[in-house]
Design a protein around this ligand. Structure first.
Ligand SMILES: [Zn+2]
Length: 159
């Protein structure tokens, strides 16, 4: 047995009779007519189906279904999450936020999301590559232990 490769016609975005838009969460009726490698598809809003389609296609296979929601936006990457978090902590004054902003900046610089443009007396000036926004951040003197704690915290926030 051999199968001819063919592609099924894709659902239309409008009703084949009244041209009403067919949208997610809407119930519609679809009919597929043809055989082998030649198919024609008709998509109806329920109103037009009841008024015309039902009778026209009474002998053909049809199915009723609800158009699913569009798939959700792809999950954000680690770097995107890190940039969002950086924006949040940059405006906070408390030490934990400063420390976090510092570690995030180093991480994002390594990831080439930030470019260091200048350093003056322990203050670094970074530019966000995507938007060319500048911000400054003071070097935070952190012990190795503090670094590890913050890196752990980041790991869970960005996963
Ligand atoms: Zn219609």
């Amino acid at each position: 047995m051999t199968h001819m490769p063919f592609s099924l016609p894709i659902r239309s975005n409008t009703c084949c009779i009244g041209q009403e838009p067919l949208e997610p969460n809407q119930e519609i009726v679809s009919v597929l007519i043809g055989s082998k490698d030649s198919y024609e598809r008709f998509d109806y809003c329920v109103d037009c189906w009841e008024k015309e389609g039902k009778e026209k296609h009474h002998s053909q296979a049809y199915w009723r279904f609800i158009i699913p929601e569009k798939p959700a936006a792809p999950p954000k990457t680690r770097d995107e999450k890190a940039l969002i978090l950086l924006r949040e902590v940059l405006v906070q004054e408390e030490k934990p936020a400063r420390d976090l902003a510092w570690i995030l900046s180093l991480y994002l610089e390594r990831r080439e999301q930030l470019i260091k443009r200048q350093e003056k007396k322990g203050t670094l000036f970074f530019e966000i590559v995507d938007t060319q926004e500048m911000f400054q951040i003071a070097r935070q003197p952190l012990s190795p232990t503090e670094m590890i704690v913050i890196q752990q915290e980041l790991k869970s926030k960005l996963s």
